[in-house]
Write a protein that binds this ligand. Structure first.
Ligand code: CS2
Ligand code: MN
Length: 355
């Protein structure tokens, strides 16, 4: 595996490439052109510029998170082919720039959903948290306002104000889309992009829906073992793979995370490894990465990755806000650096123990 950190680009991130470079064992970043609206082509020049900047710091681009999918593709509307053509062009430009991993998601309207961005814990750190009763009490259009105030001024990826302003239209677009339709539209998209992925060796890594169930009545499909195996089978190409995000699949306690990793052998192209602490099945918070601080056995998760021969990029996911840092919620430097170091330690022990 290759230890990485997510980096949003110098214009948007409070964390610098130089800081990331000093985290022991981190050799690459997972990045994006954050200001590109879904559906636009990423030009070679733009990608080159990003790459030059990252490489000048001594790091590499280990993958893109995310090239977002336009809603027309998810809904399957009549104009989807033009957007897929643009996506293919972006993939080609990434391939030509020697970038071979693309993370994306197929979540309708909302990307990840949390009800608090700064829940205070006993040690004074703050974390992102989710409470089902709080969601049930909100209308979708209130969701954005209810969390935006806690974002430390950052624009949250997936929650861009321009998109949220059109939230009612977005909901209307998805009215006729149920789970079956979403699967069909995903299949259509993947079948169209697989030739370019094969040509350039680009691994597509779908990110699970977070939380892993339907919110506000919207269909969600990338939520459990059954559905993800169905997806792997429906487009049975090694370039059609997954981002195994422990914190997202883990929102549903019925998901056995190490077992899911084992069942996806060879198709896990990217891993997000983080922990959650459940206070009840409908209430969880994003704890420190350490097993002892949360509900998951992080050793077993890393061991399943190791034993299935996982060799792709891995990154700590959302961290707590600690030591007075002000940053995009979940994406400060300090706790993610601790997470990377912890995950590296687990990996070293597993690797040496296996000899
Ligand atoms: C990420 C997702 O910050 C996060 O919660 O895990 O937003 C993720 O980047 C996207 O869903 C991937 O397309
Ligand atoms: Mn994730």
């Amino acid at each position: 595996m290759e230890m990485t950190l997510r980096w949003f680009g110098s214009e948007f991130d409070t964390v610098t490439l130089q800081q990331i470079r000093q985290i022991p064992g981190v050799t690459g970043v997972i990045t994006s052109l954050l200001n590109k609206p879904p559906g636009d082509v990423w030009t070679r020049e733009e990608i080159q510029k990003l790459k030059t900047e990252v490489e000048a710091s001594g790091l590499k681009i280990s993958g893109i998170e995310s090239v977002n999918i336009h809603d027309a593709i998810k809904v399957g509307s009549s104009d989807r082919d033009g957007y897929i053509d643009n996506y293919i062009e972006t993939l080609e430009n990434l391939g030509l720039e020697d970038i071979h991993l693309v993370c994306y998601n197929f979540m309708p309207v909302f990307d990840w959903t949390r009800t608090e961005l700064a829940r205070e814990r006993a040690d004074g750190s703050t974390v992102l948290a989710y409470n089902q009763e709080a969601v049930d009490a909100l209308k979708p259009e209130e969701m954005f306002d209810s969390i935006a105030g806690d974002a430390n001024g950052a624009i949250l990826p997936g929650w861009e104000p321009e998109r949220m302003a059109k939230i009612k239209d977005l909901f209307a677009m998805y009215k006729e889309v149920d789970e079956e339709k979403l699967f069909e539209n995903l299949k259509y998209f993947l079948e169209r992009i697989m030739p370019i992925c094969n040509k350039y060796g680009i691994k597509m890594a779908i990110h699970p829906d977070d939380p892993a169930w339907s919110v506000f009545g919207l269909p969600r499909i990338i939520i459990n073992k059954e559905n993800i195996l169905r997806m792997m089978k429906m487009v049975d190409d090694p370039h059609n793979g997954v981002t195994f995000c422990a914190g997202s699949y883990g929102t549903n306690l019925a998901n056995d995370l190490p077992d899911m990793i084992r069942s996806l052998k060879g198709r896990v192209h990217f891993a997000h490894v983080r922990n959650l602490k459940f206070n009840s099945p409908g209430d969880f918070e994003e704890s420190a990465h350490l097993s002892a601080d949360g509900t998951f056995d992080m050793y077993e998760i890393m061991k399943a990755l190791y034993e299935t021969g996982f060799s792709g990029p891995i990154r700590p996911d959302h961290g707590r806000m600690i030591w007075g840092e002000v940053a995009m919620p979940g994406y400060g430097l300090y706790d993610r650096a601790l997470g990377a170091t912890y995950l590296n330690g687990l990996w070293e022990a597993i690797e040496k123990g296996a000899r």
